[in-house]
Unconditional design. Structure first.
Length: 143
C-alpha cells in the first residue's frame, strides 16, 4: 500500500519529524555556542596572563605567540556524537559530556557533565545546559 496521499490523514507525522529536526538543530547550535564560550574563556585567560613588555619588539613577539596559541586551541576543539552523550574534546583531552538522550534517569537532555574519564561523565550534578545557553560551570579547560 502506497503512503502517497496519507499526509492529510496523519499530519502529526510531519509535525513530529519537524520537531525532531528542530531539536537536532538546537543541539548543534548549543554545542557550537558551548565551544564558542570555551574559546572566549581561553582568550580571556590568555589576555589576563600577559605581562608588561619592556619594548615594542618584545610586545609584538609575545602577542604573536598568544594569538597563535589561541588559534591552536580553537582549531583543536571538537566534538563527537555518541549513543548517549556528546563528547567535547580539546586536542586529546575530554572537556565535558553533554546528555544526548531524553530518557536519562537523572539528567535532562542537553545537560553538561564533567568527565570522570575518557569514556564517561561524573553523575553528581549538571554544570549547565546547552539548550538554555547555560554555561555557568564551564571554562576553557572543561567543567
Amino acid at each position: 500500500m502506497a503512503k502517497e496521499g496519507t499526509e492529510w490523514f496523519f499530519p502529526q507525522n510531519r509535525l513530529i519529524e519537524k520537531m525532531r529536526e528542530d531539536m537536532e538543530n538546537n543541539v548543534v547550535d548549543g554545542v557550537k555556542n558551548l565551544m564558542t564560550h570555551m574559546i572566549e574563556d581561553y582568550n580571556g585567560w590568555s589576555m589576563r596572563c600577559r605581562t608588561v613588555e619592556s619594548d615594542a619588539e618584545e610586545f609584538i613577539r609575545v602577542t604573536e605567540i598568544r594569538e597563535k596559541m589561541e588559534k591552536e586551541y580553537a582549531d583543536k576543539l571538537t566534538y563527537e556524537v555518541k549513543k548517549k552523550y556528546i563528547k567535547v574534546l580539546s586536542d586529546r583531552s575530554v572537556c565535558c559530556f553533554i546528555v544526548n538522550v531524553h530518557n536519562d534517569k537523572k539528567f535532562r537532555f542537553g545537560d553538561i557533565l564533567k568527565p570522570a574519564g575518557w569514556a564517561g561523565p561524573t553523575k553528581n550534578f549538571a554544570r549547565g545546559n546547552i539548550l538554555e545557553n547555560d554555561f555557568r560551570g564551564v571554562r576553557w579547560t572543561g567543567c
